[in-house]
Design a protein around this ligand. Structure first.
Ligand SMILES: [Cu+2]
Length: 77
């Protein structure tokens, strides 16, 4: 693995966001799609039972933009 790749990985940040209003896997897909489109997001794992989204992103992620995306999709964050 090249040094540039490792350095990139060190900058990754994991953020947990509480998401309310999800009732089924369809909702999970909506929220996942919405958060995935936010700049800086690398991966997102939405957990229906816990009502959270675990987001792996650049350190520069703007959490307010993520929350706005969730609200725009029809849920609350
Ligand atoms: Cu649903």
């Amino acid at each position: 693995m090249r040094p540039a790749v490792r350095k990139y990985h060190w900058l990754m940040t994991e953020t947990q966001l509480t998401v309310t209003g999800m009732t089924c896997d369809h909702c999970v897909r909506h929220v996942t799609d919405a958060i995935s489109k936010v700049a800086g997001v690398h991966s997102v794992n939405v957990k229906l039972a816990e009502g959270i989204a675990v987001i792996e992103s650049d350190a520069s992620l703007d959490l307010q933009v993520v929350k706005d995306a969730v609200v725009a999709a029809g849920y609350s964050a």
